[in-house]
Write a protein that binds this ligand. Structure first.
Ligand code: COA
Length: 153
């Protein structure tokens, strides 16, 4: 087997040594990013944390929390320079498959109403809008609602 980094994007579990790179992407793509501590907590809590790597470089990641019979997708992110290449959809499909394998019958997530790319990705993958959580997210001015979306697996 070759020891060279694979150049086509592939998934592997997130490690503590990835966290600096993950947070660099996170801080670039969100106005209110998760902190390194948030990711460390997600890893220690045993959440399903994976990265998408290409040529030895991180290009995306996600975090999935399992509940009884359902999963909550807490984070799906693609590095700005790698967006619109289909990686976000790959990440989402990967996680839907993980959720199925881990016994979920439904997946839920929250998204900001202002997140046009996220909402389009989820809607085109079959997620439906279930509810609005008022004042859920911090925002530039005050708070922003969250749209709760769900998909039956
Ligand atoms: C949302 C995000 C993960 C999409 O990743 P991506 O790799 O750019 O997405 P893809 O190239 O796989 O595109 C998948 C679909 O997303 C939608 N989409 C992606 N970027 C879009 C944009 N800028 N505007 C509108 N729709 C967009 C489209 O429906 C697209 O399908 P199409 O290519 O058939 O039109 C990415 O924009 C991102 O990381 N954003 C910052 C973090 C974030 O907001 N995550 C979601 C939090 S809920």
């Amino acid at each position: 087997m070759s020891a060279l980094p694979q150049s086509s994007p592939h998934f592997r579990p997130m490690r503590a040594t990835d966290l600096e790179g993950v947070v660099a992407i996170e801080s670039d793509v969100y106005s209110h990013p998760w902190t390194l501590g948030n990711f460390r907590d997600a890893l220690s809590a045993g959440y399903s944390c994976w990265v998408l790597e290409s040529g030895g470089t991180l290009c995306g990641y996600g975090v999935l929390m399992m509940g009884v019979g359902e999963a909550h997708l807490l984070n799906v992110s693609v590095a700005r320079s790698r967006q619109r290449e289909g990686l976000g959809r790959q990440l989402l499909e990967f996680y839907l498959q993980r959720a199925r394998e881990l016994g979920a019958r439904a997946v839920f997530l929250e998204v900001r109403p202002s997140n046009v790319a996220g909402r389009a990705l989820y809607a085109s993958s079959g997620f439906r809008e279930i509810a609005v959580r008022r004042n859920y997210y911090p925002a530039e001015r005050g708070r922003e609602d969250a749209i709760l979306m769900g998909l039956d697996l």
